[in-house]
Design a protein around this ligand. Structure first.
Ligand code: AGP
Length: 618
């Protein structure tokens, strides 16, 4: 969950500046401390501290290193082992200060290795698992192995997940990168400069040519060149395919917006339009697999799980088959031996790197091998998830930097909806006219969001002003909108630090309603679908107990509007064709509400406390 950046060049570059900008672009992965090491004149120059990158830069001038330096590694941390302090910040050096290591992931057996190294006299200066690596390499080098061999030998002893970059003071012409279960990409400017990073946007301003590292691979990065080896076989380099990344750098910059979160909400119409262009054959391929399955599971974490809940509802409607939605962290424990042959698992993940999801999928694959199919929906080409999947759709949201997922949620629900309508077409359960109307509604989602965003910011700011003093909220809904309520609530929780309960409006009577007092805010998600009449009853129940009712409704809504203290109106027709896709069109209202609530409480919506965008630890 940390961000790694490395560069080696034969050009005249301000390496400190490039490295600093590199970790700034990865700051969404962790932001409690950072550090840079620059190789210069057979020495390793290190600057590191606890705090956010900008604060540390102010103090230490992170871009100020000798201008003719050619190699730098940089790291932004999300603390796992040891609190965020200067000593625990990466890079971590060996006893002789010749080897520097930056690491994303967790070494599960670090205590055992640390004890062994301490016995041999190694002196540790941090609480981290990472520091073990530099000492272990040092140890192997002291028994006559060269740097590359020592790295391979040391890494083979490390259990857990890692993306690691390592440099050596006596090796000015290369640095080494290894990967197991934590993402690492290598960017190449042929003949000039090579980069490694935890994510593509870090080097996107310089190159779009990149290699995606596989597990148990070791890469030797030289200026403008790279060689890959299997960790187990350093004798001959492997062939690997160079990929061309289509993302534009604008997508990874704030582009005039105050925050990535706001920018990414505004990008939703474009992200949806691009995702609607996913080739029809691709959608049909996945739809066919799901349609033909005996048992269907859908699994994910966080926002992707709520997108999955919405998708499950929409697919079930047109497939008439039960789909079991299970949070990925619970997947193995809940299913155990009951996981059935001829099943399909739909795995949904923005990053494609969420460790619990990868573990769930690997477990299922190990258990049932070819008798189970993995269908995945992710936003990142070549991510770990894609490697364990039989069928993949890559959503076209573009890079999402804000820690709170926004545009990727919309594109996930859209993709699942496209699959659902494709299944409806295969099954011929709708008249041509009906199917056409559903497609029309789905293809209108970008325009609805565009119109909504264009006209509603002030209204939402007003609602936020009125809720300023509230600390606890309910987000209530029925049917498909329970997914919207949960996701909207998660956003407010994440970025505005309010306590929320996203719940079924019907079920809330069985306990949660006892919390309601005069002025308790309740956000009702109320598209005019088959649940609307009953939801009206729920709104009245909560209003009768003094609840402050804020509703999200369609433009021509009257009944719930009249019961509400404030309404946010979504510009879409009030019919079933549109209502089923309301998880896409209603969510921007709740994302914007959360964004403005964060600003109201002086919180940075892009960097919520304690969170990292990609969760690569259990
Ligand atoms: C979203 O706002 C969250 N930060 C988080 O819940 C996220 O959705 C979750 O960690 C899953 O990530 P993934 O989609 O990359 O797998």
């Amino acid at each position: 969950m940390c961000g790694i950046f490395g560069i080696i060049t034969n050009q005249k570059l301000s390496l400190g500046k490039v490295a600093l900008e590199g970790i700034k672009r990865l700051e969404y992965r962790g932001y409690d401390s950072c550090g840079i090491v620059v190789h210069y004149n057979s020495q390793l120059l290190v600057k590191k501290d606890a705090g956010k990158i900008d604060e540390i830069h102010k103090k230490l001038k992170l871009d100020d290193f000798p201008i003719d330096a050619k190699l730098a590694l940089a790291h932004t941390r999300w603390a796992t082992h040891g609190p965020p302090t200067k000593l625990n910040a990466h890079p971590h050096l060996d006893c002789n200060k010749k080897i520097a290591v930056i690491h994303n992931g967790i070494l599960e057996n670090f205590l055992e290795l640390k004890a062994e190294l301490k016995m041999k006299g190694h002196i540790f200066t941090s609480d981290t698992d990472t520091e073990v690596i530099s000492h272990l390499i040092e140890d192997y080098m002291s028994s006559q192995l060269d740097f590359k061999e020592a790295v391979a030998k040391a890494i083979k002893r490390c259990e857990g997940a890692y993306g690691i970059a390592i440099c050596h003071a006596d090796c000015p012409d290369y640095f080494i990168v290894v990967r197991k279960e934590s993402p690492i990409v290598i960017g190449i400017e042929k003949g000039k400069t090579s980069y490694c990073a935890s994510d593509i946007p870090a080097f996107l301003p310089y190159t779009r040519s990149c290699y995606i590292m596989d597990d148990d691979e070791i890469a030797i990065l030289k200026a403008g060149d790279v060689e890959f080896y299997e960790l187990d076989d350093l004798s001959k380099p492997k062939d690997k395919e160079l990929q061309n990344i289509e993302w534009s750098i604008d997508a990874a910059e704030k582009g005039g917006y105050d925050h990535f979160m706001l920018k990414e909400i505004h990008e939703e119409p474009v992200a949806l339009r691009r995702t609607l262009k996913i080739p029809d054959e691709k959608i049909a391929e996945l739809a066919r697999v799901i349609w033909g399955a005996k048992h269907i599971y859908i699994t994910a974490a966080g926002t992707s799980f709520y997108a999955s809940l919405a998708g499950k509802f929409i697919i079930t409607k047109f497939l008439s088959k039960y789909i079991e939605a299970i949070e990925c962290s619970e997947f193995q424990i809940q299913l155990g031996d009951s996981l059935q042959e001829d099943s399909v698992i739909i795995a949904v993940s923005q990053s494609g790197e969420t460790v619990d999801l990868i573990e769930a999928i690997r477990w299922a694959k190990d258990k049932l091998q070819k008798k189970i199919k993995i269908v995945s929906i992710t936003n990142v080409v070549g991510s770990s998830l894609t490697r364990y999947s039989d069928h993949v759709i890559v959503t076209q949201a573009g890079p999402e930097i804000g820690v709170a997922a926004t545009k990727t949620y919309c594109t996930q629900v859209l993709t699942l909806s496209l699959i659902a309508l494709k299944i409806a077409g295969f099954r011929k359960i709708l008249s041509d006219e009906d199917l056409k109307k559903y497609y029309q509604a789905l293809f209108s989602t970008p325009n609805i969001i565009e119109e909504f965003i264009g006209r509603n910011s002030d209204l939402i700011k007003n609602v936020v002003d009125n809720l300023e003093k509230s600390h606890n909220f309910f987000f209530l809904a029925r049917g498909i909108s329970i997914a919207t309520a949960k996701e909207g609530g998660l956003k407010l929780k994440e970025v505005a630090c309010r306590f929320i309960e996203g719940y079924s409006a019907a079920h809330a009577k069985h306990g949660p309603i006892s919390l309601v007092r005069e002025g308790f805010p309740i956000i009702f998600i109320a598209p005019p679908d088959e649940t609307y009449q009953r939801l009206v009853g729920n709104v009245m129940e909560f209003k009768a107990r003094g609840g402050k009712i804020i509703s999200v409704v369609v433009d021509d809504d009257e009944v719930i509007t009249n019961l509400s203290d404030a309404t946010i109106r979504i510009p879409q027709p009030g019919n079933k064709y549109y209502s089923i896709f309301s998880p896409i069109t209603f969510i921007p209202a709740l994302q914007l509400l959360s964004y403005y609530a964060a600003l109201k409480h002086n919180l940075d919506p892009d960097q919520p406390l304690n969170l990292a965008k990609t969760v690569t630890v259990h």
